[in-house]
Design a protein around this ligand. Structure first.
Ligand code: COA
Length: 171
C-alpha cells in the first residue's frame, strides 16, 4: 500500500503535529531545519492559504512524509524544495514519489527550475537528488550544497556566485 499525497489543510493538524514531534528528535534530520518543528509551526502550515506548497504523505491515517515548495510567496520564480520521509518509509521509493509530485506541481505553476540545499554530510539525501537529476554547484552556500533541477530538460542553469540567478529562493 502506498501513501497518498495531500496538500496540508486544517484537517491534518493532529497528524502534522505528531510528525513534527518525530522530526524534531530524529538524529537523521539534524541537517533538515527549514523551520522549527514545533506545534506552532504545524498550526501555521495547517491554515496556510498562500502560494507556497506544503504537502503530506499519509498512510493509514498517519503522516509518513512532509514536503514543500516555498519561495513563491516571497516573489521568487524558482521555488526551494525540502522533504522528510519517516524512518519506517525510507528506502521504499516514497522520497522519489514525493519529489516527483512536487516537481510536477512546480512545472504546472510554470517554474523552470527547482532549487534545494543539502548538507554535504547528508549523503543519503544528496545521492537521491543526484539520481533524480539535480546538478550541484561546486561552491557551498553557508556550508550547504546547492542543487538545481531543470524541469524542462534536466540541465542546470548557470550559477551566479553560487546562487541560481537573482530569482531563486535563497532558503
Ligand atoms: C533524505 C530522505 C528524504 C531520503 O529518503 P530515503 O527513502 O531515505 O531515500 P532512499 O532510500 O531512496 O535512498 C536514497 C539513496 O541513498 C542511498 N542510501 C540509502 N541509505 C544510505 C546510507 N546509509 N548511506 C549512503 N547512501 C544511502 C540509497 O541506496 C539511494 O541511492 P540509489 O538511488 O543510488 O540507490 C530521507 O532519508 C529523510 O527524510 N532523511 C531525513 C531528512 C532529510 O535529511 N531531508 C533532506 C534534507 S536536504
Amino acid at each position: 500500500m502506498k501513501p497518498e499525497i495531500v496538500r496540508i489543510g486544517p484537517e491534518h493538524l493532529a497528524m502534522l503535529i505528531e510528525l513534527f514531534d518525530r522530526i524534531a528528535v530524529d538524529p537523521e534530520a539534524r541537517h533538515f531545519h527549514p523551520h522549527p518543528f514545533t506545534p506552532l509551526q504545524a498550526e501555521i502550515r495547517a491554515v496556510y492559504l498562500g502560494p507556497d506548497i506544503y504537502s503530506l504523505m499519509v498512510l493509514r491515517g498517519r503522516a509518513t512524509g512532509y514536503g514543500f515548495l516555498r519561495g513563491w510567496e516571497e516573489g521568487y520564480a524558482i521555488p526551494s524544495l525540502g522533504i522528510y520521509i519517516a524512518k519506517e518509509r525510507r528506502g521504499t521509493g516514497d522520497a522519489r514519489r514525493l519529489m516527483n509530485h512536487l516537481h510536477e506541481v512546480a512545472r504546472l505553476r510554470g517554474a523552470s527550475h527547482v532549487r534545494l540545499k543539502v548538507h554535504p554530510d547528508n549523503i543519503r539525501a544528496k545521492r537521491l537528488y543526484e539520481r533524480i537529476g539535480y546538478q550541484f554547484h561546486s561552491a557551498l552556500d553557508r556550508g550547504q550544497c546547492v542543487g538545481l533541477l531543470d524541469l524542462r530538460s534536466g540541465r542546470s542553469i548557470e550559477f551566479v556566485h553560487g546562487r541560481a540567478g537573482p530569482k531563486s529562493y535563497p532558503g
